[in-house]
Design a protein around this ligand. Structure first.
Ligand code: OTU
Length: 650
């Protein structure tokens, strides 16, 4: 923007703010003066950036100022309705803005029904979360959703109603309070790219109401859909080919990036932005502390582009985020962008999300396990791991979704790897078709046209445990268990919020029973969305069982992490260990992590690494995991698939 323009915009913003204040005061009317003032002070601090974001999106509309007013009025009303305990939390978070960078942070994620039956059941699992040291709990989508066509809850029919099988909105608000009292932040999805076709807005659109048809992207014929589709990527080519769905009731083509029953919202319409802001702040007022922004790449469309990661998508999120700073600042955003690493990063830099999934690290870990070679991972991490202070990765190994090989082609080329051949290899490896593979994964959305596919499977099954148990070979079992533990030990120590996919702590294997359910059978992701049962849980206390060994080792690692300040988010330096099989990084120059990705023991020359990576003199190093003491002048030997957390002393 030119200097003259920005001066004009600042001036316009100031005038607008002045004009709006009397309206907002009406919305804040029920509050004490001091509380009103808090809102107005935040508004003053954030208004210029909010104004310029909304101006960028909607200034061409004749009714721009009307929409601006409705948006801010809603923010004021939702602030007025915000419960006192959450307002107190807002204050606390504003004075400790970096709380989520702490080493005590420990995330977990699960399906409410599969993990605990319902929301009351989740409360009953609190002692279990305490055992694992969880401070951040992501409950998978739990809102009203179509009975059969639900996409695991990602087709939302109402953002204000809990799926009755799981409980009520009151249960949710109550749960959020109880979690908070136990030091756990509630994380929920905000599925804001689309709604289900059973949402009230969709129903009205289907009944012919043009106001609600404008909430979605609808076309009378194939002319524009064909032009768009020439550039669009198919997300579910196997289950839901194409990106538009014909609805005979209204004789229109509806934009459906994902399934046919998931209708993309039209954010070019400011009424959609406004309506979704209400839903978002409503969730914030139930006590949600982190919103996982689902499918961020797709929220803005523009003909002639691939309609992914457009600058306006960032601006929408930034505008939402600014409104949250004003009305419910305890709430954080986590972006879910599983795209090219640079685009993943753009939701931190441009959209200003405080948190982002780290799919690049996830993919690199599986890649290194398959190849037994960490050089690609090291190269990628050196390029891409560091993000600005005040932001954090959410590091994970598995999620409810498939694994797609989303490394950057250029990163592969830079170290002499052919990206497409390599993806082909990884797909063959993780579906167990590559000779010698230990993995038991399933293909997800195989696309015969591009030969592309993604991978489903639990951590333990992908890491070799399923095959090892079938073959009943001790060494294979041992290696598989160690792989699971090593991957988690990396996620726990690399810097960022570690996210445990619940079930992994008990080495849960693939569950093939989804194939018998006709509503789920065409979606292999259900193979790694297991039910937890009490028998499995009870084995966690017995270290002679696999469940027990994995659970106890993992919870021990978690507790070591939580008492080690050098594991807080911040400086992480990846380095070449001298062995292509051993991953190495330092944390805050205090801790050196070494992880052996090979089936054979590896010896690392410690003195040289200490000199180059830990700088100042080190008297000795303690492995925080085993307690072993290492003097800096000796080589260190790592057994297959083991990891050390070496803390400097002296
Ligand atoms: C997300 O995933 C959810 O995690 C999925 O469970 C949903 O099915 C989907 O959105 C629709 O709501 O493509 O394969 O870059 O990759 O949003 C999973 C983001 C997905 C997309 C991601 C999407």
């Amino acid at each position: 923007m030119s200097n003259q323009n920005s001066v004009w915009l600042a001036h316009e913003a100031a005038l607008t703010q002045k004009r709006l204040i009397p309206h907002l005061k009406r919305a804040l009317g029920t509050l004490a003066d001091t509380e009103q003032q808090i809102f107005l002070d935040r508004l003053t601090a954030h208004f210029p950036s909010l104004f310029s974001a909304l101006f960028e999106l909607y200034a061409s509309r004749y009714d721009f100022f009307y929409h601006l007013e409705t948006i801010l009025t809603t923010a004021a009303e939702m602030y007025a309705a915000r419960p006192d305990d959450l307002k107190a939390l807002d204050g606390l978070r504003e004075t400790h803005p970096n709380w989520y960078l702490s080493e005590v942070m420990m995330g977990a994620v699960c399906y409410v029904d599969r993990f605990a039956g319902d929301l009351v059941g989740i409360r009953g699992r609190l002692p279990y979360f305490r055992e694992l040291g969880i401070t951040y709990l992501h409950l998978m989508p739990l809102f009203l959703s179509p009975e059969k066509q639900h996409d695991g809850g990602y087709a939302v029919s109402s953002f204000r109603e809990v799926n009755p099988a799981l409980g009520s909105m009151d249960d949710l608000a109550e749960l959020s309070r109880e979690l908070r009292a136990n030091g756990i932040s509630l994380v929920l999805d905000f599925v804001f790219n689309h709604t289900s076709d059973e949402h009230e807005w969709a129903k009205r659109a289907l009944a012919g109401d043009p106001e609600y048809q404008d909430f979605y992207l609808m076309f009378d014929d194939r002319r524009l859909p064909d032009q768009y589709e020439a550039r669009l990527r198919e997300i579910f080519p196997d289950q839901a080919p194409g990106s538009f769905t014909y609805r005979s009731e209204i004789k229109k083509w509806v934009w459906t990036t994902f399934h046919r029953y998931q209708w993309d919202l039209n954010y070019a319409n400011p009424a959609v932005f406004h309506a979704m802001l209400s839903e978002m702040l409503f969730l914030a007022n139930q006590g949600v502390e982190v919103l996982r922004l689902d499918a961020v790449p797709f929220i803005w469309k523009q003909l002639g582009t691939d309609c992914e990661n457009l600058p306006q998508a960032h601006t929408i999120i930034r505008a939402f985020n600014t409104l949250v700073r004003i009305a419910a600042p305890a709430l954080l955003f986590k972006s879910e962008a599983i795209v090219h690493p640079q685009k993943v990063r753009s939701y931190i830099d441009e959209a200003k999300c405080q948190l982002s999934y780290n799919p690049i690290m996830m993919v690199s870990l599986w890649d290194a396990l398959a190849t037994r070679d960490v050089r690609f991972m090291t190269h990628t991490m050196q390029k891409r791991f560091t993000i600005p202070h005040g932001t954090s990765w959410v590091n994970y190994i598995r999620s409810h979704d498939d694994i797609g090989w989303g490394f950057a082609d250029e990163d592969a080329v830079e170290i002499g790897i052919n990206p497409n051949d390599h993806r082909y290899f990884l797909n063959m490896f993780y579906t167990g078709r590559f000779p010698g593979s230990f993995a038991a994964g399933l293909p997800f959305n195989y696309n015969p046209r591009t030969q592309d596919m993604r991978i489903s499977g639990t951590t333990a099954s992908l890491a070799g445990l399923e095959q090892a148990l079938e073959r009943d070979e001790a060494i294979l079992k041992e290696h598989a268990i160690r792989r699971v533990l090593m991957l988690y030990a990396i996620v726990l120590s690399a810097g960022g919020i570690p996210l445990l996919y619940l079930g992994d702590e008990l080495a849960t294997l693939n569950d093939y029973s989804y194939r018998e359910n006709p509503d789920l059978a065409d979606d292999s992701r259900w193979v790694h969305r297991p039910h937890l049962d009490d028998e499995r849980l009870s084995k966690r206390r017995d270290p002679r069982t696999i469940e027990g060994r994995v659970f106890q080792t993992l919870s021990n690692l978690i507790f070591i992490r939580k008492r080690t300040p050098a594991f807080r988010t911040g400086e992480t330096t990846f380095f070449d260990t001298g062995s292509p099989h051993v991953l190495g990084y330092t944390r805050h120059q205090q801790i050196m992590v070494l992880a052996n990705f090979s089936d054979f023991a590896q010896t690392i020359h410690l003195p040289a690494l200490i000199k180059s990576q830990l700088y100042a003199p080190v008297l000795h190093l303690i492995d925080l995991i085993t307690g072993s003491d290492y003097t800096p002048d000796q080589p260190i030997t790592l057994e297959p698939y083991t990891i050390v957390w070496l803390e400097r002393r002296g």
